[in-house]
Design a protein around this ligand. Structure first.
Ligand SMILES: C[S@@+](CC[C@H](N)C(=O)[O-])C[C@H]1O[C@@H](n2cnc3c(N)ncnc32)[C@H](O)[C@@H]1O
Length: 411
């Protein structure tokens, strides 16, 4: 969620006024209890609820959302160290889930394990997840004997830079990997474009799902003035995601999900994730004031993003009743992944601001360019960097990250 919302309660005139969003029909299931009758059901319901409407070229998430492509200076591949660090924090959960998933291989189908990374993006993090899963599987095979083949699917939205992913797969074929492949645990990698809010696998065909830093992205945009609507869209998406993956997982299959969350007691419009978005909203405002962005363009922009609390996620999973929670925890990670210093103070606000701005830019540059045009991008991120630098004088920008391991329920 693009949380400019901390500006809301006092004046209720957010920098991004309301807009109507394109309502994309969810393909696939309709079993979500939120699917009908919610405030998001139709644009008309929003109008009748009294919300405004800006005439806009609607963003569609499936079309417009992807990380910055390639491996150049501003690409996600080069600027995803924050995500890499936090994903590596979740290795204990991943190792445990892989070992459990291996147990779910049915004797009849031999030793073919299917794993999938949902929202794999492009760059080193994509390979990191495959390597970690494969080394855990290989350790299992070494300890227990036998052989095992792994089919590994890399999923993301169609705009993802799959070409870069496929080119980088060569790195997996290092002499060591080749030797191991020739031995007992070959890994066959395939790309799978499509939204994880649709069915993407045959029934009961997957043993392990992994997904990092994706579930905060909503399947569609929402009017951003009402925090409740963002939460409802998150609930709706997460419910759908659980229902779809339940069908695709084999009995006993596991999912390890990592995404930015919210600390207990923190309001959606406050805290770690909201802070970086709010400062970006300030930078956009700055460009409006300079006349470099039209006010109505800004009015029609929002971020399809929401970071939930552990309680929200737990309650939803329990209500959905298709998965058992094996582990759930929240940890904090510095948005500036290069800063490993102790304490709250930022040692070098200028370099931290640059590092954070690069991470945010790599994540949202395509959305910004699609909406505002390419001409504003450098100026926007220069303004953002200097606003961030000032803000960091207050202390480090920390991001709460949630990791949850789910087991498919037996009922
Ligand atoms: C911040 S990147 C995370 C990439 C990688 N997993 C990592 O941890 O570094 C989020 C990724 O989620 C993808 N994504 C967002 N919504 C998605 C959806 N509905 N289906 C599939 N992928 C999605 C984006 O395209 C993007 O590549």
């Amino acid at each position: 969620m693009f949380s400019t919302c901390s500006l809301l309660p006092s004046c209720y005139s957010p920098p991004f006024p309301t807009r109507l969003c394109t309502q994309r029909l969810q393909r696939g299931l309709t079993s979500s209890p939120f699917a009908r009758g919610s405030a998001l059901a139709t644009p008309a319901s929003l109008l009748s609820a009294g919300f405004g409407c800006a005439p806009v070229q609607a963003m569609t998430v499936e079309r417009d959302l992807h990380m910055a492509t390639g491996d150049g200076e501003h690409s996600y591949a080069v600027n995803s160290i924050f995500q890499r660090k936090t994903v590596m924090e979740t290795w204990p959960e991943l190792h445990k889930a892989v070992k459990e998933a291996v147990k779910s291989l049915s004797p009849g189908t031999g030793s073919m394990m299917v794993a999938a990374d949902l929202g794999c993006s492009s760059g080193p993090n994509t390979l990191l997840v495959i390597s970690e899963v494969m080394s855990t599987v290989r350790a299992h095979v070494r300890d227990n004997g036998g052989t095992m083949e792994v089919q590994f699917f890399l999923n993301d939205l169609p705009g993802n830079d799959f070409n870069l992913v496929f080119r980088s797969l060569e790195e997996l074929h290092s002499p060591v990997a080749v030797a191991e492949k020739a031995a007992v645990t070959p890994c066959y990698v395939a790309g799978l474009p499509g939204s994880m809010y649709t069915r993407i696998f045959p029934s009961e065909s997957v043993h392990l799902f992994h997904s990092s830093h994706c579930l905060i992205w909503r399947s569609k945009t929402t009017p951003q003035v009402v925090v409740k609507l963002f939460r409802e869209q998150f609930e709706k998406d997460f419910w759908l995601f659980l229902t779809l993956r339940y069908k695709e997982l084999v009995p006993g299959g596991r999912m390890v999900l990592t995404f930015a969350g919210r600390k207990q007691g923190e309001l959606p419009m406050h805290g770690g994730v909201a802070r970086v978005w709010e400062l970006l909203a300030e930078a956009l405002q700055h460009l409006v004031q300079k006349g470099h962005i039209e006010k109505k363009k800004l009015s029609s922009f929002n971020m399809p993003y929401y970071s939930p609390s552990v309680d929200e996620v737990t309650q939803l999973i329990e209500k959905n009743d298709l998965f058992d929670i094996e582990d759930i925890r929240l940890f904090e990670s510095n948005w500036d992944a290069h800063d490993d210093s102790d304490g709250d103070a930022v040692p070098d606000c200028s370099s931290s601001a640059e590092n954070i701005a690069k991470i945010i830019r790599a994540g949202i540059e395509p959305l910004i360019i699609n909406h505002f045009g390419e001409h504003i991008i450098d100026e926007l991120f220069m303004a953002y960097t200097s606003i961030l630098e000032k803000d960091l004088e207050k202390g480090k920008a920390m991001c709460p990250v949630m990791v949850v391991t789910l087991k498919k329920s037996m009922h």
